[in-house]
Design a binder for this molecule. Structure first.
Ligand SMILES: *Cc1c(COP(=O)(O)O)cnc(C)c1O
Length: 408
């Protein structure tokens, strides 16, 4: 075997449902030198990052930290720390990630109740209300934006419902945060988790999380493994969190003023997560959401301009991703490969009931940009034509440009 060369990835424009191309400044931040775990610079950077993410989440929650790991590390930490074995958890499922929440709740030994709508739809508030009243859950776990279907579940009226029924309200905002409105405190959320590799414009590997005082109270009421189990000598005590890595009580003690040693915070991911939040807040929360809306609308108009049919309830679509039906007779995977091989552009395939039926095209973070949208549409036109689909010449770029002209 020849000795491997230094890493040198091909040039790619990542226009799928995530991961997406990171902001250049995020990659630069991640090449900064390391410092020690308790170096004053390190602890100050952790504190600073907490404050930045409070603004990203629109919350005053003290308990706003990062969980080291991909988005599902945040989900697992929230679920296993907030849910005791036997607790009822209600999961409204409108796509693949709802199934993931149900699966993780199951692993946390919750009594899991689910309701479902067909893929491509979201829940009316009344359906969530009825289920809450019937199930009387300890926790409602609801995805905000499910990338598998591109749908965005409205959350703004659900917090009040939860509060009135004594239910903790958790959302997975991985796909939506930073590209669509999100108001942790105003919407009455108790827990929210995300990842960097969608609208936040970073690599996967860090999971921002925020917890309300009520959520922290539940976590603090769990038996502490040192003080409870060992001292009482009761190995059958059932109330401790069944994970060390994802025990949010311990994670909060590490991020908090006591700085109790837990894991070694992933320094490079911390730098990256900090930069993701910094560039978002520098541009402005509203401006970033507007930018995602504009480029999302341009991409939506563009794919329609190519004669493609958009999947799902477009009125409830996330700004940052669109699913289009693969035209009759076009081999979906071969066309995606042609986009990658000939144009260096990645678009997404799909899961479950949509597998082989739709492609998913994202406009997120750094790639919510005019040139990225127009290049993708122009390349897609060429590829579609090559595989025999009837496409209006220039129809995609023209329709997108109409959106840009109307906005300027
Ligand atoms: C993309 C996505 C994830 C990704 O989870 P990872 O562990 O980072 O792969 C989780 N939840 C939702 C809703 C997503 O869209």
């Amino acid at each position: 075997m020849t000795f491997p060369a230094p890493i040198d990835p091909p040039a790619r424009l990542l226009m799928g449902p995530g991961p997406i191309s990171a902001y250049p400044s995020v990659l630069r931040a991640m090449s900064a030198p390391l410092v020690g775990q308790y170096d004053p610079f390190m602890t100050a950077t952790m504190t600073e990052t907490q404050e930045l993410y409070r603004q990203v989440w629109a919350t005053d929650n003290d308990a706003t930290v990062l969980v080291d790991g991909t988005s599902r590390a945040g989900i697992e930490a929230a679920m296993i720390s907030l849910v005791r074995p036997g607790d009822r958890v209600l999961v409204p499922i409108f796509g693949r990630f709802g199934h993931l929440l149900a699966e993780i709740a199951e692993r946390a030994m919750a009594e899991v109740h689910t309701i479902e709508v067909p893929w491509g739809e979201v829940f009316p508030v009344s359906a969530v209300r009825d289920a809450i009243e019937r199930v009387k859950p300890h926790l409602l776990a609801l995805v905000q934006g499910d990338t598998s279907t591109t749908m965005l579940q409205p959350l703004d009226e659900i917090g009040e419902l939860c509060r009135a029924n004594g239910v903790l309200f958790y959302t997975d905002a991985t796909a939506s945060l930073g590209g669509n409105a999100f108001e942790m405190d105003a919407w009455g959320l108790d827990a929210a988790t995300a990842g960097l590799q969608k609208c936040l414009g970073g690599p996967s590997g860090s999971a921002p999380i925020s917890l309300s005082d009520a959520a922290v109270e539940v976590i603090r009421s769990r038996t502490r493994i040192e003080a409870g189990i060992r001292e009482a000598g009761d190995p059958t005590a059932s109330d401790f969190v069944r994970s060390n890595y994802f025990d949010l009580g311990m994670i909060l003690d590490y991020w908090g003023p006591r700085r109790l040693n837990h894991h070694t915070e992933a320094t490079t991911m911390l730098y990256g997560a900090r930069e993701c939040a910094r560039v978002l807040l520098l541009e402005g929360r509203d401006a970033v959401i507007d930018r995602h809306r504009l480029h999302g609308e341009a991409m939506l108009a563009g794919v329609r301009g190519l004669g493609l049919t958009v999947f799902g309830d477009v009125a409830h679509k996330m700004s940052n991703v669109v699913a289009v039906e693969i035209p009759e007779g076009v081999p979906g995977d071969a066309a995606r490969s042609a986009m990658l091989d000939d144009f260096g552009i990645e678009i997404g395939t799909s899961f479950g009931p949509l597998h082989g039926r739709v492609w998913r095209i994202g406009t997120m973070g750094y790639n919510a940009r005019t040139d990225a949208v127009l290049q993708t549409l122009a390349s897609l036109e060429t590829v579609l034509r090559r595989f025999g689909a009837p496409v209006p010449a220039g129809g995609g770029v023209e329709a997108a440009n109409d959106v840009y002209r109307a906005a300027s």
